[in-house]
Design a protein around this ligand. Structure first.
Ligand SMILES: *Cc1c(COP(=O)(O)O)cnc(C)c1O
Length: 385
């Protein structure tokens, strides 16, 4: 189905709600029935029809249909955070005694899910630097039941060969999950490359306006039903109808937003990669990054995330550079309309976050501002050090 048809029409039952163009927010926790018999039937169809909003809700359902179609998946579930979605997908895939093979530097809370939480319940894991399918093959164990990929990840942008790894996993009867937050379905569709499950932080590009925390799982009808009946309903990580509505609103412009962020990102990359005060630039379409060919093969764009290492290790100068940037707000997250910076130096000495990355590394997110203004802002901050 064409993108615009999905965005504008799929899942929108306008004659059910007085032909309003924007769907209503069904801000109701529960749904009533006309008889005991109808209620009994409703209870049996909790997965298919609204009964209680921890399970199904009509506003959320519109979003589920659109997201699934965008990822070319059969079905989807929407969660109150990306971490909630990833946790539910992983927990659905393993039991005590199983082993998870995970990329070396996943999102910080994905790392904690495996390292701190699931290890308490007897689920084992290894974090593996994956530069080839052979790296995966070499690190499989007899009890590996899940391969967890994040391609690219959201700080240093390592890319894995999704098709190659998922093909191997399929042969070995191992489930695969790909965190596709970086690319969104606009630039990469892991299900078409053989992945079993795709997860997203919808707090980033998908909602796109820095006003919602949410997550998504896309997969086969069978896996989604299983996650619904177990992790989704039990752990209760459902999204609120209002937040689902905000994400629907964000989705209308997803394509033009990520494309604009991508165009700006490429220009910022060109500017930074030739700048004498920058030692290193991380970017999936950086030809000197070892996974460049794979990135070009499976991604049709990059978006606005770029990390830099300044050509200084001096704490004062690093902080001076960051403090001098005016348009790049000092904040976590990314994927909104506004440019942001996340300096690794803020993690140094932290109790909760461990970083192995250098202190002169700054993750930039390039938003939708005028590119001349962004380049001028970077230039003046670099001039100060
Ligand atoms: C932000 C992020 C997450 C976590 O999502 P939340 O919505 O913040 O819970 C997971 N994976 C990646 C790659 C992310 O960038």
């Amino acid at each position: 189905m064409k993108y615009s048809k999905i965005i504008n029409h799929l899942g929108e039952d306008r004659d059910q709600y007085k032909h309003s163009v924007a769907p209503p927010i069904f801000q109701s926790s529960n749904f009533s029935f006309s008889s005991v018999e109808e209620m009994r039937k409703g209870l049996a169809r909790e997965f298919e029809e609204p009964f209680y909003t921890r399970g199904n809700n009509p506003t959320v359902e519109i979003l589920r249909k659109k997201i699934a179609a965008l990822e070319q998946a059969e079905d989807a579930l929407v969660f109150s955070s990306g971490s909630g979605a990833i946790s539910a997908a992983v927990m659905n895939s393993v039991k005590q005694g199983d082993h998870v093979l995970c990329v070396y530097k996943p999102y910080s809370w994905t790392k904690k899910l495996l390292g701190n939480l699931l290890s308490k319940y007897g689920v084992m894991h290894t974090f593996v630097e994956i530069n080839s399918v052979a790296d995966v093959e070499r690190n499989l164990q007899h009890n590996t039941k899940l391969i967890l990929l994040e391609s690219p990840n959201s700080i240093t942008f390592e890319v894995q060969d999704i098709h190659g790894i998922c093909s191997l996993a399929r042969l070995m009867n191992i489930r695969t999950i790909v965190d596709n937050s970086y690319c969104t379905p606009i630039f990469q569709q892991p299900i078409t490359l053989g992945a079993d499950i795709v997860c997203h932080s919808a707090s980033k590009y998908i909602s796109g306006h820095s006003d919602v925390v949410a997550g998504i799982i896309c997969s086969s009808a069978e896996i989604i039903r299983s996650i619904f009946e177990q992790e989704y309903m039990t752990l209760g990580g459902n999204i609120s109808p209002f937040d689902a509505w905000l994400i629907l609103r964000g989705l209308r412009t997803l394509k033009i937003r990520v494309e604009a962020s991508d165009r700006n990102g490429q220009k910022v990359f060109d500017f930074l990669s030739n700048h004498p005060k920058i030692a290193k630039v991380y970017y999936p379409f950086n030809p000197s990054q070892s996974s460049y060919e794979t990135a070009r093969k499976q991604m049709s764009g990059c978006g606005g995330l770029i990390s830099i290492e300044l050509a200084t290790e001096d704490t004062e100068k690093i902080e001076q550079f960051c403090n001098s940037l005016k348009l790049f707000l000092l904040a976590c997250s990314w994927g909104g309309y506004e440019s942001l910076q996340f300096p690794q130096i803020t993690l140094y000495g932290s109790q909760n976050y461990v970083t192995t990355l250098p202190k002169n590394l700054i993750r930039l997110y390039v938003g939708l501002e005028d590119i001349e203004d962004l380049l001028a802002d970077l230039a003046q901050a670099l001039d100060k050090i």
